[in-house]
Design a protein around this ligand. Structure first.
Ligand code: ZN
Length: 194
């Protein structure tokens, strides 16, 4: 899909969230992850992918998610972490239970969040997407603060990039992934968008 020039040039300011040229959001805590690389040349950002994560699974708070995405998780600290040894992944953003926003990868770069995936017949969704992780399980309801922050972030991204769709990881990797899960209230989220 061709990007609309006027929209592509639009400066990202929406709901107080500014996005700079590189795709960093002002106000987000920045924890740079090495688990990213360049997007293919000329590849527009057309998709937002929602995920969930909690580490260890079902437990909220703590530093484990940030440590995991920045390759400093102590894989001996919990039995589950042993399954993550050597795994190199990231997302562009994480929204914590209290609404805190952390950025790991500038939007201009390709974060490694979607894995084997396809959207409308296009594979390798990391090439053309932005990954947003919600701290959660997919079973426990997400918090009001998370919906507010996610909506503000999404509005800013919609204003800045030629986004064509917002999907769950489960939509682009069916049978393999279930996030953001049944507890994510899509109608509620969509009602908060322009
Ligand atoms: Zn996911």
């Amino acid at each position: 899909m061709k990007r609309a020039p006027a929209r592509a040039r639009r400066v990202g300011r929406s709901a107080g969230l500014r996005i700079d040229e590189e795709g960093r959001v002002a106000g987000a805590r920045y924890e740079p992850s090495p688990n990213c690389d360049e997007r293919p040349p000329g590849c527009a950002i057309e998709l937002i992918v929602l995920h969930h994560i909690s580490l260890p699974p079902g437990r909220f708070g703590g530093d484990a998610i940030c440590a995991f995405f920045t390759n400093r998780l102590d894989c001996s600290a919990h039995p589950f972490y042993a399954t993550l040894a050597g795994v190199r992944v990231s997302a562009h953003f994480l929204i914590r239970r209290g609404g805190g926003l952390i950025q790991f990868v500038p939007c201009a770069r390709r974060a490694w969040h979607a894995g084997v995936s396809a959207w409308r017949g296009r594979s390798a969704c990391n090439d053309f997407s932005i990954g947003i992780e919600l701290e959660g399980t997919g079973e426990v309801p997400y918090t009001a603060a998370q919906y507010r922050r996610l909506a503000a972030l999404t509005r800013a991204l919609l204003a800045r990039y030629p986004i064509a769709a917002i999907v769950g990881h489960s939509d682009i990797a069916p049978g393999r992934k279930t996030d953001p899960g049944p507890s994510f209230d899509w109608p509620r989220f969509r009602s908060m968008l322009p």
